[in-house]
Design a binder for this molecule. Sequence first.
Ligand code: ZN
Length: 306
Amino acid sequence: MPAPFTPIIGRFAPSPSGPLHQGSLVAAIGSYLSAKAQGGQWLLRMEDIDHHRCRPAAVGQIQRQLAALALEWDGEILFQSQRRERYREVLNELRDRGLAYACGCTRQSLLATAGQCPCLHHPPAQARSFRLAIPKDCLTDWQDRYQGVQKATYPHLAPVLQRADGPYAYLLANVVDDADQGISEVIRGADLLDLTPIQQFLQGQLHYPRPHYGHLPVVLGPDGKKLSKSRGDHDQSNPSWAWERTLALLGWEIPRELVGSPPMLWRDWALQRCLQGQKMLARSFGSPPHEPIPYPDCKQSQELHP
Ligand SMILES: [Zn+2]
């Protein structure tokens, strides 16, 4: 096990493709409560590396939403779009060490080879992407703070570190930023569970410390699909409600007298509960281990709390 971190530094790292939705609020509030209840810092990072997906206006919208929820971040916001040089440096290091390789495969050529990329042993004339080489038996099972021991599964295809059209992949940028910002704990949505052992492999290869990981449930829209900022699943309701819904999704028991309170009261109450031993995830994920939970619609909420 890696040495415990001091100090505790958590983070919330949205991609500014639109305003935050209920799924992002679970990660925002969960990561905030965890870091602050331990007396730590909570950093804000804009994962705006892919300019095709990001909207400049969303950066301000997200900041206003967090401020309205009484979630104050520490220090300056880190923008991934300003760190391309740093990612390039790390990718070059991985290439020099034979851990990243040029891939010339197209979608069509991968279909023809049943998803097998031959480029590690047969370098292409022209690189379309750079992939991470993960030797057999190098992914290890790991402990999730909320969900216990997780099995590592090998990806079908070597993960991309940089795509043909330029942007660095989440896998690389996220690992480099977490290390450079001294992040000690990563609290995020369970849709990233499968990526975690790959990120941990990369951390090991780069001699970075390994943060603690805790994954919270993924929230589904009324159509059963994962919520998405770019799809328009914004959370337009008032911040007090957003606190109530988020804590209810995590399985917390909410005292009736708190309903409708200002966000600052919700925040202070929730922090106090954490200090008293409240479990962050007070409901079972069920089976499979990261089964998504349905998004309660506003009508239901109103009926519960008129
Ligand atoms: Zn290839």
